[in-house]
Ligand binder design. Sequence first.
Ligand SMILES: Nc1ncnc2c1ncn2[C@@H]1O[C@H](COP(=O)(O)OP(=O)(O)O)[C@@H](O)[C@H]1O
Ligand SMILES: [Mg+2]
Length: 289
Amino acid sequence: MKTFSPIKEGKVREVYDNGDSLIIVATDRISAFDVILKNKVTKKGAILTQMSKFWFDFTKDIVPNHMISTDVKDMPEFFNQEQYDGNSMMCKKLEMLPVECIVRGYITGSGWESYKKNGTVCGIKLPEGLVESDKLPEPIYTPTTKAEIGDHDEHITFEGTVETLEKLYPGKGEEYATKIKECTLALYKKCAEYALSKGIIIADTKFEFGLDENGNVVLGDEMLTPDSSRFWPLEGYKPGQGQPSFDKQFVRDWLKANPDSDYLLPEEVVTKTVEKYEEAYEMLTGTKF
Ligand SMILES: Nc1ncnc2c1ncn2[C@@H]1O[C@H](COP(=O)(O)OP(=O)(O)O)[C@@H](O)[C@H]1O
Ligand SMILES: [Mg+2]
């Protein structure tokens, strides 16, 4: 049997090379405040993979995506092991575009900090009088460059994305930049509206696109999981303050209350967190995990 080792190991996910395809495995690792916690959150990886699958299916009419299968039977034999079952996605290998396509429907985080200073978010002027966590009149597209390891991603303007892509793909910069912007906004609008009807606010999120062998723009990476997005419960939503995170609130609260914990959570916090991931999945998909 051919064995595989990851070509890339991120904080939470592992990527395996399988020729024309990649196998992206979401582990049960969890991060909070930019640190990987010592606990594993059982089922988190599988829930997030199945959530991405749900959204890829839900939006395939807007833009093609890289998903091939989440069934390990379709993958090389090596992946027919319990540790990969349900949390792995086989994807078409793409040439990724070096732009992180961020879209914000609500004002929070770094966007809120910037607005308080000068009324703009990433150079986009917003109406006066917004309060923290307010819904924006229209979702805004605030791309960043995809930074080299260790660097921070930097905001770029739309024109900046045209330039970046034009350098890599002469004659195509404007076309690709426009396409990924339009897809980002269309994907966000459709999915955020749907999620809202199910009781979840998707405050913001990030998409990544790549090119397939024919130069078509294809949606890659993970899609609209709480790891790539800010999910807030609609119940209790109250502008004028920060909102609780749908999935990580128990973790954050506990870590703040226990600064000497060395990032090891008690079992009951882990259990409650697993339940939040299951709840998000069930609310969004209408099926029990
Ligand atoms: N279909 C794909 N083809 C090639 N690369 C992909 C594809 N989908 C996602 N990727 C890349 O796989 C990597 C996933 O790694 P990740 O754990 O998110 O770490 P990071 O975001 O720090 O690079 C990212 O670099 C992402 O751009
Ligand atoms: Mg990533």
